[in-house]
Write a protein that binds this ligand. Structure first.
Ligand code: FUB
Length: 327
């Protein structure tokens, strides 16, 4: 069984990137909150981020210490959840993160550093027109940067009826989502970033995930519909959008020809791990592909005390990802 990347702290939602010949991992930093479990995720009450690095998967892992504290971000009240980091064309590093604002509404923030390990200096305001959780950055071959995001239930995506956000419907906050025959699943969102990496360059769009017949996934299709944990990577010229199905606990993926989709559901990447949440990233490093993910083995099944891990990911000859089981 793969070992946790680190055991001194609990880490989750690992977003991995190959920067300057090393792997840098941007995880959530789980801590004991003593908040009882609920379906809004209040028990996930994280208050800072650490960055991890390693030369290779399986090698020594360095914990670079606190890279950003929630208390240093003026607009944040609590719950700094799953982050990610992108390298800009200016050589700086941009840490994207979700958190509740002072009204308790999840927004996305950005913080900047000259070094991949931080420390990161936060922008004073949340990204304009941002909403929901789990930002994942993707820099395409032409340097264009996209931010994928969204999460239902505690992640509040169902509180917005417009693709680009808008008015927050507090009556839908909590474990709500559409259901019923013929009802379409909620879609993750994508926004292209401005060249300074700090704002959306355009109104964010819905990312359509369709089935093998070209029909949008249905809301009741809980084994395949989007829940949270967006990730994007490119393999052999195709765009692979992967995500968690939440209450059915799979990491799955869909393939498209453009960063905006549409994407066609293609299968499972990871079967359910120990613990409620599952969240991952996929990275190429020195010619091999890796899946970074988390589970609750180290905490013996405490859902909000998770440990990031890594293992090799393989494709078949048709470019399909070989499904992995927890080992
Ligand atoms: O870590 C807090 C939340 O749990 C993340 O934002 C979700 O993706 C889930 O892993």
């Amino acid at each position: 069984m793969p070992s946790p990347l680190v055991t001194e702290i609990f880490t989750a939602d690992p977003s991995a990137h190959s920067f300057n010949g090393k792997i840098y991992v941007y995880p959530s930093h789980d801590r004991e909150s003593n908040i009882p479990f609920n379906d809004r995720g209040d028990q996930y009450d994280m208050e800072d981020y650490h960055v991890l690095s390693m030369d290779d998967v399986g090698g020594e892992v360095t914990d670079h210490g606190v890279a950003l504290k929630a208390s240093d971000v003026p607009w944040v009240s609590k719950q700094v959840w799953a982050p990610d980091c992108a390298k800009g064309q200016d050589g700086k590093y941009y840490l994207y993160f979700p958190a509740r604002d002072k009204e308790g509404i999840f927004r996305l923030g950005v913080a900047v550093s000259d070094k991949p390990e931080g420390p990161f200096k936060p922008q004073p305001e949340a990204i304009k027109d941002s909403f929901s959780i789990d930002p994942a950055s993707f820099v395409d071959d032409d340097g264009s940067t996209y931010l994928y995001f969204g999460g239902i239930w505690g992640g509040q995506l169902q509180c917005y009826s417009s693709p680009d956000g808008g008015k927050f419907d507090a009556s839908q906050d909590g474990p709500h989502e559409p259901s019923g025959k013929g009802v379409k699943a909620l879609c993750p969102r994508v926004g292209k970033m401005t060249s300074d990496m700090l704002e959306f360059a355009e109104p964010v769009k819905e990312l359509v995930i369709q089935d093998e017949n070209g029909e949008p996934l249905q809301a009741d299709d809980h084994d395949r519909r989007f829940f949270e944990a967006s990730w994007m990577h490119k393999y052999n010229g195709k765009y692979y959008f992967s995500y968690s199905t939440g209450d059915t606990h799979f990491i799955v993926y869909a393939i498209g020809d453009s960063p905006y989709g549409p994407f066609t559901y293609a299968g499972k990447i990871l079967e359910p791990v120990k613990g409620w949440t599952t969240h991952h990233s996929i990275v190429e490093h020195k010619g091999k592909w890796y899946l970074f993910y988390h589970d609750c083995e180290l905490s013996k099944g405490v859902d909000h005390l998770r440990s990031a891990k890594a293992r090799e990911l393989k494709y078949d000859a048709d470019g399909k990802i070989i499904t992995m089981k927890p080992e």
